[in-house]
Design a protein around this ligand. Sequence first.
Ligand SMILES: Nc1ncnc2c1ncn2[C@@H]1O[C@H](COP(=O)(O)OP(=O)(O)OC[C@H]2O[C@@H]([n+]3cccc(C(=O)O)c3)[C@H](O)[C@@H]2O)[C@@H](O)[C@H]1O
Ligand SMILES: Nc1ncnc2c1ncn2[C@@H]1O[C@H](COP(=O)(O)OP(=O)(O)OP(=O)(O)O)[C@@H](O)[C@H]1O
Ligand SMILES: [Mg+2]
Length: 274
Amino acid sequence: MNNQATQQQLIQADLHAQGSIEPQHEVDKRVDFLCNQMLETGQHALVLGISGGVDSTVAGRLAQLAVEKARNKGSDARFYAMRLPYGEQKDEDDAQQALTFISPDEVLNVNVKPPSDALLASLEEGGLTFQDAAQRDFVLGNIKARQRMVAQYAVAGAKSGLVVGTDQAAEALMGFFTKYGDGACDLAPLTGLTKGQVREIGAALNAPASLVEKLPTADLESLKPQLADEVALGVTYAEIDAFLTGQQVSEQAYTTITRTYQRTDHKRQLPRTP
Ligand SMILES: Nc1ncnc2c1ncn2[C@@H]1O[C@H](COP(=O)(O)OP(=O)(O)OC[C@H]2O[C@@H]([n+]3cccc(C(=O)O)c3)[C@H](O)[C@@H]2O)[C@@H](O)[C@H]1O
Ligand SMILES: Nc1ncnc2c1ncn2[C@@H]1O[C@H](COP(=O)(O)OP(=O)(O)OP(=O)(O)O)[C@@H](O)[C@H]1O
Ligand SMILES: [Mg+2]
């Protein structure tokens, strides 16, 4: 086996990626995981932001199925789905379609624009300056992701709940999440799945095809609304998934992926200590 294939195998194992999945088996396994976590911890709720993207559509439906299963076992578990737009969201219709599909016990609508803008204004009043408008916008993007984390943990605190995250192997590989923003959670039910496998599970759950096939976007930068992840990453999800499932990828994709994986190692670890 050549060096490239060995390195791919090591990373695949590190991220718990599988070459292929049986979607219904993964649904059952991951619903059981969420249900058992509720029962074992004695917590009473699951909490998750629903964006209108495929990851939160799938994780949200798994969460609703899990609390229903826990209730069948005598728990009073409830799922709190949260809409967390930054002002008006361009793909709000998709978010509403996701909510209809998920059928959560509760929906909370929280606008993260006022707290995000207020924090940025306070930082600037406090003396923080930026290189340019693009850097300021990028930093504000991560503030939005972290305000969503704050909002979800507030609900978890009030309802004795656990925060669900949507990190999967493709985002983990590329460190494509905000550290302590959407990267922060108590339970990560999509761990190990490629983007394509998340879509396979969405299809097995009968999620609307338009959401299953939707173009992924972090949608954090106001100056680049709905920016496709693949443009930001400089590599396609098809190439990322191929890398994760042990297939050969182009030299350029291999270099981009392995360099990004190494550069973002700190995002997949606990804080460094002396
Ligand atoms: N070597 C190192 N060792 C330990 N810590 C290190 C470090 N280098 C930076 N850091 C720390 O990490 C910080 C950078 O990480 P972070 O704050 O996350 O910021 P960063 O990785 O620069 O930005 C987050 C990226 O994730 C994308 N994202 C975010 C949220 C959701 C999604 C999505 O797919 O929906 C995507 C977003 O578009 C952006 O490209 C630095 O400011 C520093 O505090
Ligand atoms: N506007 C939003 N409202 C509620 N939650 C959000 C919003 N934006 C992001 N989130 C939360 O942050 C998570 C990370 O965003 P991310 O874009 O990776 O996932 P997604 O939108 O579900 O799917 P995709 O990656 O395909 O766009 C989401 O899964 C969701 O839980
Ligand atoms: Mg998204």
